[in-house]
Design a protein around this ligand. Structure first.
Ligand SMILES: Nc1nc2c(ncn2[C@@H]2O[C@H](COP(=O)(O)OP(=O)(O)OP(=O)(O)O)[C@@H](O)[C@H]2O)c(=O)[nH]1
Ligand SMILES: [Zn+2]
Length: 242
């Protein structure tokens, strides 16, 4: 697994290799039973959420209470008219932004079909917005997902669905990149997987160091894209130069 944290590195067509430090979260980590909830489906329906038995809702009441407490803590009056609905809105927003915690994105890759095509399949510029787990602020950008089929391929949109659902979790960009690559590698049994993610972190642009426009590039390589220099160069050229 290689990870590159560079400013604008993808423009120059290179990423730095690094070591894999911790195991990325896989489908097991997305087990809904690990995320107990206490809000009924009726409440979710009333809040405009798409709750169902296989997708338990987040604890909206707990979030509402917490948002109210934050408003009080910053010196606001949560009972003034303009803020009355804010806890409800924020709870609904978090339910949407963290939806991926109760979904298994790998399920989209369960259906594959035989295909003799044996060159790289690449879907570029899959737009996403995720949440930085350090500040709970969004990071947004694009994911490029490539794999080398091993006799079977998946639907192109399924790769984008995996990116979308993995992004709906609090996380760091490195782990998001690894999670996508590991899901594709395990589900498609492909000969190689390459995932490159480029994103701007609002915790770096709107606060703290306040560096607007700085982008972070991370990559996760598996199979021949990791072990074979020529294959790696080919896929990285396709990803960075289109
Ligand atoms: N590696 C990595 N770091 C991230 C990511 N998102 C945010 N961070 C960083 O997480 C770090 C948290 O640093 P802390 O010192 O604990 O928090 P802080 O005081 O808010 O840090 P500043 O952002 O420097 O003000 C910051 O350097 C962020 O830029 C990510 O996806 N990957
Ligand atoms: Zn952050």
């Amino acid at each position: 697994m290689s990870v590159a944290l560079e400013i604008g590195a993808i423009k120059n067509g290179h990423t730095a290799a690094g070591n894999r430090h911790d195991k990325p979260a896989g489908p097991a980590d997305l087990d809904a039973s690990k995320h107990p909830t206490s809000v009924s489906n009726e409440l979710s329906a009333a809040e405009g959420l798409s709750a169902s038995e296989d997708k338990p809702p987040v604890d909206l009441e707990a979030i509402k209470g917490a948002v109210r407490a934050i408003l009080q803590a910053v010196g606001e009056d949560p009972d003034r008219e303009g803020l009355l609905e804010t806890p409800r809105r924020v709870a609904k927003m978090y339910a949407e932004m963290f939806e991926g915690l109760t979904l298994d994105p790998g399920r989209h890759l369960d259906v594959t079909f035989p295909e003799s095509y044996d060159e790289i399949v690449l879907v570029r510029d899959i737009r996403f917005t995720s949440m930085c787990e350090h500040h709970l602020l969004p990071f947004s950008g694009v994911a490029h997902v490539a794999y080398l089929p091993n006799g079977r391929v998946t639907g192109l949109s399924k790769l984008a669905r995996v990116v979308e659902e993995v992004s709906r979790r609090p996380q760091v960009q490195e782990r998001m990149t690894q999670t996508i690559a590991d899901l594709i590698e395990s589900k498609l049994n492909s000969k190689g997987v390459a995932v490159v993610v480029q994103a701007e972190h609002s915790c770096m642009s709107i606060r703290g160091i306040k560096k607007h426009g700085a982008s972070t590039v991370t990559s996760a390589l598996r199979g021949v894209f990791k072990t074979n220099q020529a294959s790696r160069a080919e896929v990285m050229t396709l990803i960075t130069k289109g």
